[in-house]
Design a protein around this ligand. Structure first.
Ligand code: NAI
Ligand code: PYL
Ligand code: MG
Length: 259
């Protein structure tokens, strides 16, 4: 998994507010509203225990503190445990946490101890960013382009298919392409084809994955990918609305999905 850095998470509250404003502008709903529509849930200050995890590459500076800001921003009542790992888990439960949030290098989970529901960050992130793309208020058709069909992109593409959109997808990984074509029925797309899209969902860990040829004038790029797949130059040239944020939107999706 591509790991976040402390720099990605600097000023998370500002990044989140900016992204939430962008989501409202392009969809008519803020992130809370989209979560309510997706999962039928609204937070009521549920207690969220955030447990730092030292295994693998270890603690990411700003990670737990950012989750604390994010959970509170979306209407939860969160705290970070003093101890990490198993001791931190024990501390969170003993302190009354209803939901546990914790991540190692492979899995970032939310586990609701009161109802047993558990969520994984990758599908939850894919679903909400794809959903945001699908709600673009200036869309001119039901065609959506998905760039990257990995652990975030595939569930996002599946969500778009289930919502009845015409999903075009690309990924250099041939086995992922096959899976998306046969399991989801997406249309394979070559990024060199000169077809314009007004809705693009991007989920890769690479820069400059979105070429000029696919950008309609005034379109939406919704992307959790780090770094951003759209260059600043193309964003300006095509008047692209951009939704991107490193942690909060996906975490909101996870937390709401376990309520
Ligand atoms: P992954 O490695 O499972 O999938 C990425 C896919 O992108 C791969 O299948 C790869 O073949 C494909 N790809 C690479 N270059 C491409 C190109 N030029 N065109 C089309 N496809 C291309 O990674 P995963 O877990 O799906 O994560 C994707 C990105 O999302 C990463 O940058 C990750 O850090 C980020 N992420 C961000 C979150 C957030 O809240 N903002 C949450 C979770 C992940
Ligand atoms: C959840 C993010 C989104 C993108 N990449 C994922 C990542 O960086 N995962 C690793 C998270 C590790 C957290 C560390 C800590 O500080 O507790 N174990
Ligand atoms: Mg996010």
């Amino acid at each position: 998994m591509a790991l976040l850095t402390p720099e990605d998470l600097e000023n998370i509250r500002k990044q989140l507010e900016k992204a939430d404003t962008a989501v409202s502008k392009v969809t008519g709903l803020d992130v809370k509203g989209i979560c309510k529509d997706l999962y039928g849930t609204s937070p009521h200050y549920e207690s969220v225990g955030i447990v730092p995890v030292t295994s693998g590459n270890g603690i990411i500076g700003n990670f737990s503190a950012s989750l604390n800001v994010i959970a509170d921003y979306f209407g939860f009542d969160s705290f970070v445990t003093e101890m990490p790992d198993v001791s931190g888990y024990y501390e969170a439960v003993e302190s009354g946490a209803e939901i546990i949030l914790m991540a190692d290098d492979h899995t970032f989970l939310a586990h609701n101890l009161t109802n047993g529901k558990i969520a994984n960050n990758q599908p939850c992130t894919g679903i909400i960013y794809a959903d945001i793309a699908s709600r673009y208020r200036y869309a001119d058709s039901k065609d959506v382009l998905v760039v990257g069909l990995g652990k975030v992109g595939f569930p996002g593409a599946e969500h778009l298919v289930n919502k009845g959109f015409n999903v075009y997808g690309c990924d250099p990984d041939k086995s992922l392409m096959k899976k998306a074509i046969f399991k989801l029925g997406i249309t394979p797309f070559d990024l060199k084809t000169p077809k314009k899209f007004s809705m693009i969902f991007e989920a890769t860990p690479c820069a400059n994955t979105i070429p000029e040829t696919v950008l309609a004038e005034k379109c939406l790029v919704s992307t959790p990918g780090i770094p951003c797949g759209l260059s600043g130059e193309l964003q300006k040239k095509y008047n692209v609305d951009l939704v991107m944020e490193p942690l909060g939107i996906g975490t909101a999706s996870m937390l709401n999905s376990v309520l």
